[in-house]
Design a protein around this ligand. Structure first.
Ligand code: PRX
Length: 662
């Protein structure tokens, strides 16, 4: 792997910011001196424990970790009740902004009541500790309430992104054997009602699943079909009928620190998504600590906003758990950034006086394309920390974010002299929380670098054999020591867990990313080194999309690659061979794109589908995706000498140019 990046700009924090920062440089020293006692102190300070832990880390059954052994706590109590008990019940917990312009605010006291009602409601349906609950919801407050109600009971939630198809939902419901599904009639996307409940109906239409009840929040008011007696046996209930009449008192029980909190499915290198399992004490510790330190959180005065969807890990760790455990006031937004106009994000920042804004590079690039005139019309002067996540941010987008958003001092006013620092946060569904990130009051930030391991995290960069690499040498990113919010396994598949993350170099965690360090020791991420693509910061597996394509009757074989894309980072490009009796008719490309949309979800739709007579294969039959990637990115295909038929690539390159102008 080779790195071409040269970036020399450096931005130290201002004196004022550094002086007032929540996290100071001594955190690195404390963690360095004694990692485990550092985490023990942080865990005790960040969370309320019903029973203190006796041991910080039990790694005797590596790679299966136990953190804060013997400790007991309740995630929902930590996220809600204790803030009310501390006298902050009137503080806004959630400012909800609906796409059509409706808004609602929940104080911590109101959130506590609603979580308790939902917990009582779910228990009335027979949901108990350890049961799995699938959540297929839009970005509305009830989604967070549902997650917390599950956590309160000790039921394990599995949030399925609302943009996933009914097939994707069903496979996740089946894998986790969910007892309850919570959904909504629908949501709003780009000014139009967008349905969800029909997807749940389709997902459950074939019997043989484990779901006993489907609870439906009324959100967009579209007609949904209700069936008292469904053929598959599951019962349907409206949220308001079930929850509203419940008692707002719910006595929680404390759960073991290692009690499972949630499962979240993510794409790997095979066709079957992995159910990443997170548990309670360690996960909450690291999400709360990093949320506070990375964003310099001052919960009494800040208004934090993360634009992610709760269907992804960012929404779990930096909307539901980290911010609420820290007693923050946050904004959640239901819709798309351009509804009803392209200034919607900035309008929301201005409306609530947002102080921390956490988003994805792809969104920044989209706003860049729309032009700075749009944000320039709004007063964004309250912003004091900006964050990015999901993929490496290119230096141009980083500089734009700083100069246009971070330095905005109100319309017509000269820019701030001291723009908001940017924190580029590297982490994964599996890591649960930030692993590499600046501390905004300490780090001298560089555009495009995620900078340094967060205090208490031990990162390495190694070569193919696991040997540590030196300055400037690009290699594979590993985590050398267990960390509190690490995944505890893949649900029902401990072999796959060991094989995927711990088999490559023995006793270190293999992240699947390439990286290098510079002369200052700062870390630069270089993208995935496996068959995982990153489209708009979302993880997609090549194999998963290939199997979706092959499930179409016209397709005999498919190869999928991620090609560089100016807006989405990577885009899905598919090469397919048709079956003997199928024809490359007009409309087939669109049909195949839609088919993938149906099988997985719209985010997985290929940007291009090219029908080819043959795929580039080695003599042993392995598809050489590297060559296809060259063509998809408009380059000459590299060395094709190991192909069984070297002329194949010429044909594909010509077809690609003719059809897609690449
Ligand atoms: O390749 C890295 C990329 O996103 C992957 C993790 O994806 P996911 O589990 O969906 O979680 C995304 C949100 C945490 C990583 O393996 N990635 C994430 N953040 C960054 C990044 N790549 C570079 N820089 C980042 N800041």
């Amino acid at each position: 792997m080779e790195s071409m990046q040269k970036e020399t700009r450096v931005f130290p924090p201002s004196e004022a910011f550094a002086a007032d920062a929540v996290a100071k440089a001594d955190k690195y020293e404390r963690a360095q001196a004694d990692r485990l006692s550092y985490w023990a102190d942080e865990a005790r300070a960040a969370l309320s424990w019903d029973k203190d832990f006796a041991e910080v880390l039990d790694w005797s059954e590596a790679p299966f970790a136990k953190w804060f052994v013997g400790g007991e706590l309740n995630a929902a109590y930590n996220a809600v009740d204790r803030h009310v008990e501390a006298g902050n019940g009137e503080r806004a917990a959630i400012h909800f902004e609906g796409e059509p312009g409706d808004s609602r605010t929940f104080t911590y006291a109101e959130l506590k009541d609603e979580v308790s009602r939902a917990a009582n409601a779910f228990e009335s349906l027979g949901v108990t500790k350890g049961d799995r609950v699938a959540i297929y919801m839009p970005m509305i407050p009830e989604t967070i309430v549902t997650m917390l109600a599950c956590a309160r009971i000790g039921a394990i939630h599995s949030v399925v992104f609302g943009g996933f198809s009914s097939d994707a939902l069903r496979s996740r419901v089946d894998d986790a054997e969910a007892k309850l599904v919570v959904t909504a009639d629908g949501s709003y996307r780009r000014g139009k009602p967008s349905p969800l409940k029909p997807n749940v109906d389709a997902a459950l239409s074939a019997p043989g699943h484990t779901v006993e009840n489907v609870v439906v929040v009324k959100r967009n008011g579209e007609d949904v079909e209700f069936t008292a007696e469904r053929p598959d046996g599951a019962k349907e209930l409206w949220w308001h009928d079930l929850v509203d009449g419940q008692s707002a008192e719910h006595a929680y029980v404390a759960h073991d620190s290692e009690h499972p909190l949630f499962i979240l499915y993510t794409s790997g290198t095979t066709g079957k998504p992995k159910g990443i399992l997170h548990t309670t004490g360690g996960y909450l510790t690291q999400t709360a600590v990093t949320h506070r330190d990375t964003f310099d959180l001052k919960p009494e005065t800040d208004v934090y906003w993360c634009t992610a969807d709760v269907g992804w890990i960012t929404g779990h760790s930096y909307i539901t758990y980290g911010p609420l455990v820290n007693g923050s006031t946050q904004v959640i937004y239901e819709g798309t950034p351009d509804s009803p106009h392209k200034g919607r994000l900035w309008e929301i920042v201005q409306k609530y006086g947002v102080t921390q804004f956490y988003t994805a590079p792809t969104l920044i690039r989209t706003c860049m394309k729309w032009g700075r005139e749009i944000p320039d019309e709004y007063d964004l002067s309250t912003l004091r920390v900006l964050g990015t996540v999901g993929e490496a941010i290119n230096p141009e987008a980083w500089m734009w974010f700083r100069e246009v958003i971070g330095a905005n001092n109100g319309p017509g006013k000269p820019p701030k002299e001291d723009p908001a620092p940017i924190v580029d946060t590297w982490w994964q569904t599996e890591t649960g929380a930030h692993m590499i990130s600046p501390l905004p009051g300490v780090t001298h930030t560089k555009p495009g670098s995620a900078q340094a391991a967060v205090p208490g995290i031990d990162i390495g960069i190694v070569d193919e054999l696991g040997e540590p690499l030196g300055v400037g040498e690009a290699g594979l990113l590993v985590v050398k020591e267990p960390w509190p919010s690490m995944l505890r396994g893949i649900y029902n598949n401990s072999e796959r867990y060991k094989e995927t993350y711990w088999s490559r170099f023995g006793d270190v965690y293999f992240a699947g990313d390439g990286a290098r360090t510079d002369e200052d020791g700062d870390i630069w991420l270089m993208g995935r080194v496996d068959d995982v693509m990153n489209v708009s910061g979302h993880r997609l597996s090549t194999t998963e999309i290939e199997s979706a394509l092959v499930s179409h009757e016209a397709v005999a074989e498919a190869a999928v690659v991620g090609a560089k894309d100016a807006t989405t980072g990577e885009a899905v490009v598919a090469f397919v061979i048709l079956r003997g009796d199928a024809e490359d008719a007009t409309g087939l490309e669109q049909e195949l794109r839609n088919h993938v949309g149906q099988e997985i979800g719209p985010i997985a739709k290929p940007r291009n589908v090219l029908v080819v007579p043959e795929l580039p294969k080695t003599r042993s039959g392995k598809i050489m995706r590297r060559l296809l990637k060259d063509v998809a990115e408009g380059r000459e295909a590299g060395d094709a000498s190991t192909l069984a038929d070297p002329t194949v690539m010429q044909q594909i390159a010509e077809d690609m140019r003719a059809k897609h102008g690449a």
